[in-house]
Design a protein around this ligand. Structure first.
Ligand code: BGC
Length: 385
């Protein structure tokens, strides 16, 4: 199975999950109990993988394995730690990351917002407030020097998780799967995406956002119920990508929809360290659903598995890539595959679910590439499975 010419191969990360000490962010505040009402977490992010200091080495490992693209996010809370105060040094820092990627002949894909907000934004505004749209757009304006040498810009990562599982109003959701999307937050995120997209497109960049596709697969007879379920949790965000330069598809597992809504994973099914069903076909499902709704060119911006068994990571990824290849054979415009994640990382409350192609020592931060990194690098070099 070979992939199209110029297909991008790489891995993704997000600032808060690997950099460490993101102390001005709302997640840091939450981790230390300073965000009133927010769900408590098991572990704080602390130093995370200290990629803040080690990013060059991390990118070098990716490059040396044979991959060519690195998706990472810039941190609003570092660039604008207080409202209206822009840190020129932090803009420089992220510019150096882009320069480093370019030095290593990696294609950088930069995410402008990956789940975390500045603490002041969460405290005073939040995505439920209409002022959020302009505040984010202003940040994007300030961040333009960082992305001067970047072509692929992801405005907002998984807006559907921000509007569902991370919406303050859904904090006490105890149902299966993710709660329904908050309509007001959804509206603001779509406006913010459109505004940010217009700003970066004005600089000649290709803009898109990355959507969590959740493979809401209907049990026989529940097709309509699955569509209803999907609407506020996924479809509205895929639809908003129509006309974009590209859309990012992120897939991990499926959720079956039946008489009671979302169903538990089937009895006896293999579960990963996040508790999710092992279901690599979720990626093909997400790609096809997106293409049917918006026809936007696709980058797989995240796909992976939390496991200690690296051989299983390879199995999962190979199966997911077979699905990508089938979709391409059917004429769907898929332009790249970026694995989640380059490094084991802070999984929003815990370090236990390990998604990385590279592990690291929690005391010395020394990196240990896993066999899956070399395997994916070889696939990339052959441009074929
Ligand atoms: C997010 C990542 C996260 C991954 C695995 C996606 O929801 O974009 O931040 O680590 O899935 O849970």
């Amino acid at each position: 199975m070979s992939f199209p010419q110029n297909f991008l191969w790489g891995a993704s990360t997000a600032a808060h999950q690997i950099e460490g000490n993101n102390t001005n962010s709302d997640w840091w505040a939450r981790e230390h109990g300073h965000l009133p009402g927010a769900r408590p977490v098991d572990q704080p992010s602390g130093d995370a993988a200290d990629s803040y200091h080690r990013y060059r080495n991390d990118m070098r490992l990716l490059k040396e394995a044979g991959l060519d693209t690195y998706r990472f996010s810039i941190e609003w809370a570092r660039i604008e730690p207080e409202q209206g105060f822009i840190s020129l040094a932090m803009l420089d820092f992220y510019k150096r990351m882009v320069d480093t990627a370019r030095d290593l002949e990696l294609t950088p894909m930069v995410t402008l917002h990956h789940f975390t907000n500045p603490a002041w934004f969460a405290r005073d505004t939040g995505w439920g407030d209409p002022r959020a749209v302009d505040l984010f757009a202003r940040f994007v304006q300030h961040a333009l020097p960082v992305i001067r040498d970047v072509d692929l810009v992801c405005t907002i990562n998984e807006p559907n998780m921000l509007a569902t599982i991370m919406a303050p109003a859904n904090d006490d959701w105890s149902g299966i799967g993710v709660p329904p999307g908050d309509g007001v937050i959804t509206e603001h995120l779509i406006s913010a995406h459109q505004l940010a997209g217009a700003i970066v497109r004005g600089e000649g960049k290709q803009a898109g956002w990355s959507v969590a596709t959740q493979a809401f697969i209907p049990e026989p007879g529940f097709e309509e119920a699955a569509d209803d379920w999907s609407r506020s949790r996924e479809d509205v965000f895929l639809d908003a990508a129509s006309g974009d330069d590209w859309v990012g598809i992120q897939a991990y597992t499926r959720t079956r929809i039946g008489s009671t809504g979302a169903l538990e994973a089937p009895e006896g099914s293999e579960r990963t360290l996040t508790g999710w069903e092992y279901y690599p076909d979720a990626l093909e499902y997400g790609i096809r659903r997106s293409w049917a709704r918006n026809q936007a060119p696709i980058y797989v911006t995240e796909n992976g598995i939390a496991t200690q068994d690296d051989a299983r990571r390879i199995d999962y990824t190979a199966s997911a890539l077979e699905g990508v290849s089938r979709a391409i054979d059917d004429g769907i415009d898929v332009r790249g595959y970026l694995h989640w994640s380059l490094l084991d990382n802070y999984e929003w409350g815990s370090f236990e679910p390990t998604f990385g192609l590279i592990g690291w020592d929690p005391v010395t931060f020394e990196r240990t590439p896993k066999p899956s990194l070399a395997w994916l690098g070889e696939v990339a070099q052959r441009n074929a499975l």
